[in-house]
Design a binder for this molecule. Structure first.
Ligand code: SAH
Ligand code: SF4
Length: 366
């Protein structure tokens, strides 16, 4: 619930409207986790809410795995009665993917406030599993189990902010909606969560990036969002042409590259903002020099202010692709760069703790 909804609820209990603001302050800014602790409310009111069974909804981190590089991966359990979990990741130094998209500025970093991290990134899930059948992705193997609710999406972030004692507004945190699921196939809940995180928690949409496999109707809706709440956009391109893309991402048969790019052109970018094209390098399949030349032409032809984020495929059990040779990754990067395409390499994070998205859940839960 946002401030307005909390206020409406308070009014229905015969309380003044401003109680809604007090509640929002307590839940989202002070991040108080139990009704009893919200001391701005009168004791009788707290008792009444408690008596009626009201709780501050907060997903629970049920398991945490810490990597040698500081990355933490969590299994987070939502509020559903089904007890299903999703993966959420904390990367204390990001993974390089946030570079060059216009989000740099001069906020205090976590390191300056003595917390041992500099520009942390939280990777957030939007669905339990995924219905999009990308051939290289472990989450795809789960199928779609269900959508996450607004509170379950925003709650992952709040739970991780709490765990690391992050002071919103003072310390730099980036969000990437690149965990399990396809955000644009759970559009209303995804955007509802973004609005809560921006308007109530106080995070900036310019420090958030949503990644989509190219769901055209979702991109078209996204283009209509006001800039005050619209995250930045990343498109999982992952292949140099429609033929290869349809093989590795069958969704391309429904919405081919050109249709996706046309929809992206409808997004009114902020100053210095760029569209990110995510490109997973699959050894022998999408990592060849001729592919790099094709990607450069494709990106330039869009005419969009864009950058490419390369990521070497993270291997996972039961998937018959191979990780690219480091030399192929470097050759690919250089080729794009030589063609004048801004290109960044995403560093693998947490290799020792089931780095491939979906791998942790599958390994731990069988
Ligand atoms: N469904 C959305 C967001 C979640 S996937 C999307 O597909 O964009 C986030 C990113 O992880 C995508 O760019 C996807 O291509 C990439 N990805 C999935 N599995 C991967 C793997 N095993 N190794 C590297 N990247 C992977
Ligand atoms: Fe779904 Fe994204 Fe994985 Fe494709 S890459 S199956 S869209 S989570």
């Amino acid at each position: 619930m946002n401030t307005a909804e909390l206020a409406e609820w308070m009014v229905s209990l015969g309380e003044p409207k401003w109680r809604g603001l007090q509640l929002a302050e307590a839940i989202y800014r002070q991040r108080i986790v139990d009704v009893e602790g919200i001391t701005t409310l009168s004791k009788p009111l707290r008792q009444k809410l408690d008596h009626e069974g009201w709780q501050v909804g907060r997903p629970r981190i049920v398991q945490a795995f810490t990597s040698a590089d500081g990355t933490e991966r969590y299994l987070v359990q939502g509020q559903g009665v089904d007890g299903l979990t999703v993966e959420t990741v904390w990367m204390p130094e990001g993974d390089g993917g946030e570079a060059g998209d216009g989000s740099e500025n001069s906020e205090t970093t976590g390191a300056e406030s003595g917390k041992g991290w500099n520009r942390a990134t939280i990777c957030v899930s939007s669905q339990v599993g995924c219905a999009v059948n990308c051939q290289f992705c472990l989450t795809a193997k789960l199928g779609l189990q269900r959508n996450l609710a607004v509170g379950e999406i925003a709650g992952q972030v709040v739970a991780v902010l709490d765990r690391h004692g992050v002071e919103v507004g003072k310390e730099r945190v980036n969000l990437v909606f690149m965990g399990m699921g396809e955000p644009f196939l759970n559009y209303d809940n995804f955007m509802g969560a973004v609005r809560l995180l921006v308007e109530e928690v106080g995070l900036s949409p310019q420090r958030m990036t949503v990644s989509t496999s190219g769901i055209v109707p979702g991109i078209e809706r996204f283009a209509e969002e006001p800039p005050e709440v619209r995250p930045k956009l990343a498109i999982s391109l992952n292949a140099p042409n429609d033929e290869i893309r349809s093989e590795v991402m069958p969704i391309n048969r429904k919405w081919p590259i050109e249709a996706v790019v046309d929809a992206v052109k409808g997004v009114r970018l902020r100053s210095r903002e760029r569209i990110t094209f995510e490109y997973v390098l699959l050894g022998g399949v999408t990592d060849q020099p001729e592919h790099a030349a094709e990607v450069a032409r494709l990106v330039r032809r869009t005419g969009l202010p864009a950058k490419v984020n390369l990521i070497a495929w993270n291997p996972g059990p039961g998937i018959a692709y191979s990780t690219p040779q480091p030399s192929a990754v470097e050759t690919f990067r250089r080729a794009l760069s030589a063609e004048g395409v801004p290109v960044y390499l995403r560093r693998p994070r947490g290799r020792d703790i089931y780095a491939a998205c979906g791998q942790l859940k599958r390994t731990v839960e069988g």
